[in-house]
Design a protein around this ligand. Structure first.
Ligand code: ATP
Ligand code: MG
Length: 845
C-alpha cells in the first residue's frame, strides 16, 4: 500500500491533490494531520461517504507494509524509512536525501497537476470526484483571481467542469462564512493585536481570552493585521494553561527553534506550545527575547567566573580560595559535585568544623544542562530562591547561570512595568477545597475569622508545619500552628480580647496561644529567623518574613504553609518543593549545616521517616551519618533529647523508628546499645503486652519507662540508672529499683498466690516491660491472676445474697475463695458457692 501524508494545517489544495493521488494509484490512503483548514473540515463533512474509505488514522497504519509515501503541497519530510515522493508548487527547498524524489510545479494550485495526470491516464471521474478536485484549484487560485494563476489551472478546471462540478457545494465550501461565535472571536483577536518590540521585523501578537468551541488555527488568516506581519502569535487562554500558536513568513524567525525553547514544537513557519504559570506580559517578553536573540538557547547566559575547588580541600582552604565570592563550585575527581556557599562555610567554621572536607557540606543545587530550554530555565528561576544555576553536562561543570542576568535581560526588553517578576513566583496551589474537607466546620470558620482579623490589622497569617504536611497526606490532625507576618502577640491579644477568650503570650519568643471554649488551642508565632551559636543550643530569635521563618525549619516536608489571610484564604505556599518530597516520600533537610546547627533533627528525621514510612534523601542521609559519627548528639541539650525520646516512644511505629535509630547508630551514641534479634523480640513482645494488658486492666501505660527498661535491660542497674538520669528520665530512674526487685520476685514466685501478692504491691505502670521478660508460662500465670482479680468468682454482695451478714470475716472468706480460685480449685461460681455453704454457712448456723 501507499500513503499520502498531509502536513499540519493542510488546506483544500493539499487534500484535493491527495484525493487525486488515490484515484491515480489504487491501494493509496490519505493520512490526515491533527489540525487542518476549516474549509477542509467542511469538505470532509459534505463528502463524508465518498472520502471515508480513503482516509486512515496514523495509528491505524502498519508502516512496515507501506511501499511509498507521498507528500503534497508541502515539503515536510516524514520520519519514515521508505521511498518518499514530494509534489509541491511552492519554491523548492534544499532537501538532500537519496530516498526522496521531489517534483515542483509552477501552477497556481497543485491539484491542477494531479488533474492533468488523471486526464492523461484516462481515469474515470464522476461529479463528486470532479467537485473534490476542483476545490483545490478554485481555492488556491482564489477563484482564478490570484496573480499566480496559470492557464494550466484554467484548463484543468475546465476539464472538471465538463465532467460536472457541483457548484452549489463548491460555493458553500469555499465561501468564508462566519457564525456569531467566529466573528466575536475574530473581533477579540483583532482588538488585542499588539506589536512586539523586535527590531527590523514586524512581529504581532494577540491574546484570546474568550472560550472558543473550535480549533482556532483556521481563523488566523482572517485577522487582517496579521497579513502584513513577518510573524505573528496568538496566545489562547485555557483554564490553567496558555497555548501559544505562531506563524512566520520570515526565514530569520524560525518558529520551530523558538517554540522548542518553550517546550513546544512545529515547523519553522508554523509552531505552537503550551505554557503554565506565565501571564501575557511575560509571554510577550520571552517571545521578544527569543526572536531578537541570535542564539536561541540558554548558552549565552552561561558564565564561567566562579572559583572551582576539589572536594578534598578543607573548609578553611576553600575559604581562602573563595575570597569575596558568595559561591564556590566543588569538583570530585574532576566531576561536578555541588556548590558551597559562603554562608555555609562561615557557619561551619563558626561551629568548629574548619578542617572538615569541602564535600561534606557541599549543597545540591538545581543544575541545568546545555539542552535545558529557555522555558525550563524560566520556570526554575521563578520556582527557586537561589540566584545561581550551575550548568552540568555529562557530569562535567560547564559554568553557571545567574538569575539576575535573566531578569535583567527580560526587564530590558520593554517599557511595560511588571515585566518578569521572578522572585514572587514561588509555587502555590489552591487548597481551599482540601481545607474544607479536612477541618471540621467550626475549626474552618475559626481560621477564616482569624484570617480576616489578621488582614484588618495589616498582617498576613498562615497555618504551617506539621498540620499542613498532614493535610497534604490526608492524616487527621488538629495540632494547628499559625505564623503571623506582623506581630503574633498583638494579634493574639486583640483577637482574644474582642472575642473574650483565654490567651497566653511569651513576648521573648514572640509566641503565644489562644484557648477556645470548645477546647481547641491555637499556637501563634511571629514569623522569625534564628541563629544558632553552637550545635543544638536554643537559638536567638528575630522577626522575619515567612520565607525566612520556613528556611530555619527542619525538613522540606515541614515547610509548607497555607495562607489564612482573608483575601488569600487556602493558598498553599511551597518554597522548598515540600510537596514533591511528600509525594516522593522523602525526608530532606534544607541546607547542609542543618544537623550541625541542631542535632536534635537527627532524631526528628528518623522519627518522621519511621512514622510516615519515608526515606532519607541521599544527601540528607549522608549528612545525618556524618553528624552521628561526629558525635553531635552529645552537643545537644539532654533536655531536648529527653523530649524527643518521649515523643518517639509515643509513636505508633516506635519499633520502626528504633530500628532506624539502630541502623544509623543513634541508639549506640545515646546509650551504647544495639538492637540484636533478642532485643527486637523483647520489643515486639512489649508492644503486644501494652495491648493485652490494656484490655485486661482498662488503663494506659506510660511508654517511655517501659521502652527504656526493655532497651537497657542488658546493663547492670547502676548503668541503667545513670543513663536514665543523664537524659532526665527522673521518674524512670527512681523506679528502676522497684522494677528490678518486682521482677526478681515474679520470676521466683512458686505459686500464683505469691505472684498475686507481688502484683498487688508493685507499681503496675511497668507491667508491660516486666512481662516482656517472662516466658510464656510465666506470662500466662500473670494474665490469669490479673483476669481473676478483675473478675473474682465471689464478691461481697454474693455473700450477702447467701445470707451472710457483713462483718470483718468477709475479708477472710473472700481471700480464702480467691486463693482457691487462683489455684484452680473451683471451676465455676456454683462450686465456690457450694464450698461457702459447706464451710461458712454451716458454721454461722
Ligand atoms: P508532629 O505531627 O509530630 O507534631 P510537627 O511537624 O508538627 O509534627 P512539631 O514538633 O510540632 O512537629 O514542630 C512544629 C514545626 O516546627 C515543625 O513542622 C517544624 O517545621 C518545626 N520544627 C520543630 N522542631 C524543629 C527543629 N528541631 N528544627 C527545625 N524546625 C523544627
Ligand atoms: Mg506539631
Amino acid at each position: 500500500m501507499q500513503v499520502v501524508i498531509l502536513d499540519e494545517g493542510s488546506d483544500l489544495d493539499a487534500f484535493s491533490s491527495a484525493y487525486g493521488l488515490t484515484l491515480l494509484f489504487p491501494d493509496t490512503y490519505i493520512i490526515l494531520p491533527n489540525s487542518y483548514d476549516y474549509k477542509l473540515r467542511k469538505t470532509l463533512e459534505i463528502f463524508q461517504d465518498r472520502v471515508k474509505q480513503k482516509i486512515l488514522k496514523k495509528q491505524e497504519v502498519d508502516f512496515s507494509k507501506v511501499k511509498k509515501a507521498f507528500v503534497v503541497d508541502s515539503q515536510t519530510i516524514p520520519d519514515l524509512d521508505i521511498p518518499i515522493e514530494i509534489f509541491d508548487h511552492h519554491p523548492k527547498k534544499d532537501l538532500k536525501n537519496k530516498n526522496i524524489k521531489i517534483y515542483i510545479y509552477k501552477t497556481g494550485s497543485l491539484s491542477t497537476i494531479i488533474v492533468e495526470k488523471i486526464k492523461k491516464q484516462k481515469v474515470k471521474l464522476d461529479t463528486e470526484d470532479a467537485t473534490i478536485l476542483a476545490l483545490g484549484i478554485y481555492e488556491d487560485t482564489g477563484g482564478f483571481k490570484f496573480l499566480g494563476t496559470t492557464s494550466r489551472d484554467l484548463k484543468a478546471y475546465n476539464y472538471l467542469l465538463n465532467i460536472g462540478i457541483d457548484l452549489v457545494k463548491l460555493k458553500y465550501i469555499v465561501s468564508d462564512t462566519f457564525d456569531l461565535e467566529d466573528s466575536e472571536v475574530l473581533r477579540e483577536i483583532i482588538k488585542n493585536v499588539e506589536t512586539l518590540p523586535v527590531e527590523n521585523k514586524k512581529v504581532l501578537i494577540s491574546n484570546l481570552i474568550r472560550k472558543y468551541s473550535k480549533d482556532v488555527a483556521w481563523i488566523l488568516k482572517y485577522v487582517k493585521p496579521f497579513e502584513e506581519a513577518d510573524a505573528y502569535f496568538l496566545v489562547i487562554n485555557q483554564k490553567s494553561k496558555k497555548t501559544i500558536i505562531g506563524r512566520s513568513k520570515d526565514k530569520d524567525i524560525d518558529l520551530s527553534k523558538i517554540m522548542s525553547q518553550l517546550d513546544g514544537g512545529g515547523h519553522p513557519f508554523a509552531a505552537s506550545t503550551t505554557v503554565v504559570g506565565f501571564d501575557f506580559n511575560e509571554i510577550k517578553n520571552f517571545l521578544t527575547y527569543l526572536i531578537s536573540g541570535k542564539d536561541k538557547t540558554i548558552s549565552q547566559f552561561i558564565k564561567n567566573d566562579l572559583p572551582v575547588v576539589e572536594s578534598n580541600l578543607s573548609l578553611n582552604q576553600v575559604k581562602s580560595v573563595m575570597g569575596r565570592y558568595k559561591y564556590v563550585v566543588v569538583l570530585q575527581s574532576g566531576k561536578y559535585a555541588g556548590i558551597l556557599t559562603d554562608k555555609i562555610i562561615n557557619n561551619a567554621i563558626k561551629h568548629g568544623l574548619k578542617d572538615e572536607k569541602a564535600i561534606t557540606f557541599t549543597e545540591d543545587f538545581i543544575t541545568l544542562n546545555p539542552n535545558t530550554t529557555f522555558l525550563q530555565l524560566l520556570k526554575l528561576t521563578s520556582n527557586y530562591e537561589t540566584d545561581i544555576f550551575p550548568v552540568v553536562e555529562k557530569g562535567f561543570y560547564k559554568g553557571v547561570i545567574y538569575k539576575k542576568d535573566i531578569v535583567n535581560t527580560l526587564a530590558g526588553l520593554s517599557d511595560d512595568k511588571p515585566l518578569f517578576n521572578l522572585s514572587s513566583k514561588v509555587k502555590t496551589v489552591n487548597y481551599l477545597e482540601r481545607l474544607k474537607r479536612f477541618f471540621p466546620k467550626d475549626v474552618l470558620d475559626l481560621l477564616k475569622d482569624i484570617g480576616q482579623f489578621s488582614e484588618k490589622l495589616g498582617y498576613k497569617s498562615f497555618i504551617i508545619g506539621g498540620v499542613v504536611r498532614d493535610i497534604v497526606l490526608g492524616k487527621q490532625s488538629l495540632d494547628i500552628d499559625i505564623i503571623v507576618e506582623g506581630s503574633a502577640i498583638d494579634l493574639i491579644k486583640r483577637y482574644a480580647k474582642e472575642n473574650n477568650l483565654t490567651y497566653h503570650v511569651y513576648p521573648e519568643f514572640m509566641t503565644g496561644n489562644i484557648v477556645f471554649p470548645n477546647g481547641l488551642k491555637l499556637d501563634f508565632a511571629t514569623a522569625r529567623k534564628e541563629e544558632y551559636d553552637s550545635p543544638g543550643s536554643y537559638p536567638k530569635v528575630e522577626k522575619a518574613t515567612l520565607f525566612e521563618d520556613l528556611y530555619r525549619r527542619d525538613f522540606t516536608i515541614n515547610t509548607l504553609a497555607i495562607e489564612i489571610t482573608y483575601s488569600n484564604f487556602g493558598k498553599l505556599i511551597d518554597y522548598f518543593n515540600g510537596l514533591v518530597d511528600i509525594k516522593e516520600k522523602r525526608i530532606r533537610i534544607l541546607h547542609t549545616l542543618s544537623f550541625v546547627e541542631d542535632p536534635i533533627r537527627i532524631l526528628r528525621a528518623l522519627r518522621f521517616a519511621g512514622r510516615l514510612e519515608f526515606k532519607l534523601e541521599k544527601k540528607t542521609e549522608s549528612l545525618l551519618k556524618h553528624a552521628v559519627e561526629k558525635d553531635l548528639l552529645n552537643f545537644a541539650p539532654t533536655g531536648r533529647i529527653n523530649l524527643e525520646l518521649n515523643l518517639t516512644f509515643k509513636e505508633e511505629k516506635v519499633l520502626d523508628i528504633l530500628k532506624l535509630m539502630d541502623k544509623y547508630k543513634v541508639l549506640y551514641k545515646l546509650f551504647g546499645i544495639t538492637l540484636d534479634k533478642e532485643k527486637e523480640k523483647l520489643l515486639v513482645k512489649l508492644q503486644d503486652n501494652f495491648l493485652i494488658l490494656k484490655e485486661i486492666l482498662n488503663t494506659d501505660f506510660p511508654t517511655s519507662s517501659n521502652y527504656l527498661y526493655v532497651l537497657l535491660s542488658n546493663y547492670p542497674q547502676e548503668i541503667v540508672y545513670n543513663l536514665l538520669k543523664k537524659y532526665h528520665f527522673e521518674k524512670e530512674a527512681k523506679y528502676i529499683d522497684e522494677f528490678l526487685s518486682a521482677f526478681k520476685i515474679v520470676k521466683e514466685s512458686q505459686n500464683k498466690y505469691t505472684l498475686y501478692k507481688t502484683l498487688k504491691s508493685f507499681n503496675r505502670e511497668f507491667l508491660p516491660a516486666l512481662t516482656s521478660f517472662l516466658d510464656s508460662n510465666e506470662f500466662k500465670g500473670i494474665i490469669d491472676v490479673l483476669k481473676k482479680e478483675k473478675n473474682p468468682l465471689i464478691k461481697g454482695e454474693d455473700l450477702i445474697e447467701l445470707g451472710l451478714k457483713p462483718s470483718p470475716e468477709f475479708k477472710t472468706i473472700l481471700e480464702d475463695i480467691f486463693v482457691k480460685y487462683l489455684n484452680d480449685q473451683f471451676k465455676n461460681k456454683e462450686e465456690a458457692v457450694s464450698y461457702i455453704k459447706n464451710k461458712y454457712l454451716k458454721e454461722v448456723k
